[in-house]
Design a protein around this ligand. Structure first.
Ligand code: ADP
Ligand code: MG
Length: 715
């Protein structure tokens, strides 16, 4: 080994690793690997057992296989649209298989350099000319390496274009042999013993050069656990800090009596007297479900405590989160505090304002609304009402967190549909109070438990797991475009019975303009075609606020039979007589988006229908549509969505800075996540600032997770 190497240990330049020369080092740098330590943490994607490769003759379509043989032809053929098809044939004496690539001309270049045999891995398919493998992973067999690499289990590393496997393999081998033992374990013995975690250096070795499949699995488990642990420790630390702040202890059991409070808070009515439960009972036009009652109790008992509440209420679309929020708000207002409710869109903020005014104004509680599209005069009035304390409940969009918005005595912050906001916006609204206000976050996004623990792990969780009574499950049907006429007939007959319908136009692009165009096209097609005699309205994001209002009001008042819309209705719109939804080109929508959309119907007593019109475009789309037709359980849909899309893509997770793990997989590693969360709770309970752990590395890792969270950008 070169001289400079030993001095630095883990920071040894890759170039000085045994068996790695300048050329290999150049390749390694392309992968971002500069030092021995980088290489140790660059894990194989999988292990390949080469001790017993099957002859090509034995390969079966539908199964992945590794094959080895000589290249007998490399052909590129131009396709329509400027694309190219590359076909390379591998022959091992027992049979042949074609390797196929679309539009990757550099692969041909690399294949043409091969003189000996190659090894290829991929899914075997039945092609028109026999067995095929598309976009196979492959490498040329290097005669020199034969003895070392062959006839054993080899790691297969993630690569970039042009970087050969052997370069990474050599570097990893040498990094493990010489440097793995120098890695310091950030987890102290105490934690490792308690949760039975193997040493870090052992794990690094097993990841690259496993003694057995079991050892590798154990190593991976420890590394995943560790990743989860840092994040969970950061979250539990945050949680424990809030718990030690002094917030407001709302005297909910012992409400200030009417005489001692300004009458404007209570109205003139003597009816307000009685316990908070009694007041809620009078305020709501329905009886709360058992789940709503339980969640409200959890909220109220948080509110009574001096520590600030930080609670997430999760409930499927239509489970009645608004009523739950109203009960929290009523409690805060009755104790003489203001409440603020922030919603992600203007339509939703307005809808909340309308619904909550109906509940609160009869009680003499003034509700104000602040949204971007208001006139300057309207805004001034809303700001004034918030600052003077005249408005007891202020509803708005993110306009609420802008500069210049002030409250007289904000005591409760409610955030609806949190996934559209970031951590920072939550904090910004909280900061509008001089005190530490209570915070309630409501989310309808069906997200699986693993994600809840990851993204809302600093919040206490309440789940509304029961729907209001009398709801009939929505019947969802998936129809092909050639059945469109039949669908239109069905909708017409439901409209004849007095129902209303939504038509959601295909989501053709991210652009609001294109979306608006698509909605208009569908609107005119229906209005001038099949539904000439019916009353149609149009709603899209490019319309002015007043125009949107007008259409929504007409639809709500049943002056329209059909509302043609873009996905702007996805969130919150609540018209209980609308019991049919038709989604055009449904394959273009994601699973949770379809679920949110579908939640707009099924809000009344009538049987509701959701009709998805779509071809089966891709296997993925096919699965999404089948799942929609099969279940309306938000959590089941969430799990399926996570499986289909992966965690990073679930709405809003990217913005949170909590979704990036090196190894951990939120779909497969749920059990480890639970364990790590449990461990983090125990550790923080006993040692809230991690002072007793005796590991600077541990503290640093947790700190860096915390700053990732704080810096998380917001969409
Ligand atoms: P979400 O959880 O999707 O925000 P909402 O709060 O908008 O749901 O409630 C959906 C509908 O159900 C509303 O029309 C609401 O008035 C009604 N609702 C809520 N709770 C009950 C209940 N306990 N009984 C009957 N209807 C209810
Ligand atoms: Mg809601």
């Amino acid at each position: 080994m070169a001289e400079g190497a030993r001095k630095d240990g883990l920071s040894t330049d890759v170039q000085y690793l045994k068996g790695v020369g300048p050329r290999a080092a150049m390749h390694l740098r392309k992968l971002g690997l500069e030092t021995a330590e980088d290489v140790l943490w660059h894990f194989p994607r999988r292990m390949e057992d080469r001790s017993n490769l099957p002859p090509i003759m034995m390969c079966r379509p539908g199964y992945p296989a590794t094959v080895r043989g000589r290249l007998t032809g490399v052909n590129t053929r131009p396709l329509r649209g400027g694309k190219v098809l590359l076909r390379a044939t591998v022959d091992d004496g027992t049979g042949v298989i074609d390797l196929i690539w679309f539009n990757q001309p550099w692969v041909a270049r690399d294949l043409n350099k091969v003189t000996g045999e190659i090894i290829a891995y991929g899914m075997v398919k039945e092609g028109r000319r026999g067995l095929e493998m598309s976009s196979a992973e492959w490498e040329a067999i290097d005669e020199d390496d034969e003895a070392e690499d062959f006839a054993r289990i080899v790691p297969v590393y993630p690569l970039k274009e042009g970087v050969p496997q052997w370069a990474v393999r050599k570097a990893a081998h040498s990094a493990v042999e010489y440097f793995a033992s120098q890695v310091k374990d950030p987890l102290p013995d105490s934690i490792r013993k308690k949760w039975k975690l193997p040493q870090l250096s052992w794990c690094l070795r097993q990841m690259h050069l496993p003694d057995s499949e079991d050892d590798r699995a154990r190593a991976r488990e420890r590394l995943v656990f560790e990743e989860f642990l840092y994040l969970q420790l950061a979250l539990q630390m945050l949680r424990s800090e809030t718990k030690h702040e002094i917030g407001i202890a709302f005297p909910l059991d012992d409400l200030p009596d009417a005489g001692s409070t300004p009458s404007s808070l209570f109205g003139d009515d003597a009816e307000q007297a009685g316990s908070l439960e009694d007041q809620v009972h009078k305020m709501l036009p329905f009886d709360l479900t058992g789940a709503q009652k339980r969640v409200i109790d959890e909220i109220w008992s948080d509110m009574k405590m001096p520590a600030p509440m930080n609670r997430l209420v999760q409930g499927d679309v239509g489970s009645g989160k608004t009523a739950v929020a109203a009960c929290a708000i009523l409690g805060a207002v009755r104790c003489g505090y203001q409440a603020a409710l922030m919603a992600p869109t203007e339509i939703l903020a307005e809808q909340h304002a309308m619904g909550l005014r109906q509940l609160f104004e009869p009680l003499g509680i003034e509700v104000s609304l602040l949204v971007g599209k208001q006139t300057a005069a309207q805004k001034r009035k809303a700001l004034q009402a918030a600052a003077s304390g005249e408005a007891r409940l202020c509803i708005g969009t993110h306009a609420l967190i802008q500069e210049g918005v002030e409250f007289q005595n904000l005591g409760l912050v409610v955030i609806d549909e949190q996934h559209r906001f970031g951590v920072m916006q939550r904090a910004a609204l909280r900061a509008k109070s001089d005190q530490h206000p209570d915070v309630l976050v409501m989310t309808a996004t069906p997200i699986p438990r693993t994600l809840t623990m990851t993204f809302y792990g600093d919040l206490d969780l309440s789940v509304i797991d029961e729907m209001p009574p009398g709801r009939k499950p929505i019947k969802t049907h998936w129809k092909r475009p050639n059945q469109r006429d039949q669908v239109y007939d069905t909708v017409r007959s439901l409209i004849k019975e007095g129902r209303q319908a939504y038509f959601v136009c295909p989501m053709i692009s991210e652009s609001e303009k294109m979306q608006a165009q698509a909605a208009e096209d569908l609107y005119y097609r229906l209005k001038e075609g099949v539904y000439k005699d019916l009353r149609l309205g149009l709603l899209h994001g490019q319309m002015k606020g007043v125009e949107k209002d007008e259409v929504m009001t007409q639809f709500r008042n049943h002056e329209l039979d059909i509302l043609v819309s873009t996905v702007v209705i996805e969130v919150g719109v609540d018209v209980s007589n609308a019991s049919v939804m038709v989604v055009e080109d449904a394959f273009r929508f994601g699973l949770s988006q379809l679920h949110q959309l579908r939640g707009r119907v099924g809000r009344g007593d009538d049987q509701s229908f959701c009709i998805l019109i779509s071809e089966a475009k891709t296997p993925d789309a096919d699965q999404r549509l089948s799942i929609m037709a099969r279940t309306s359980d938000g959590f089941e849909i969430a799990e399926e969505d996570l499986k289909l899309r992966g965690a990073g893509d679930i709405a809003g997770t990217r913005q949170s800075g909590r979704g990036d793990f090196r190894l951990a997989d939120l779909i497969k590693d749920g059990v480890l996540l639970e364990r790590a969360r449990q461990a983090a709770m125990e550790i923080i309970e006993a040692d809230p600032k991690l002072e007793k752990a005796g590991s600077d590395e541990l503290v640093a890792a947790v700190k860096s997770r915390r700053s990732d969270m704080a810096l998380a950008t917001v969409s």
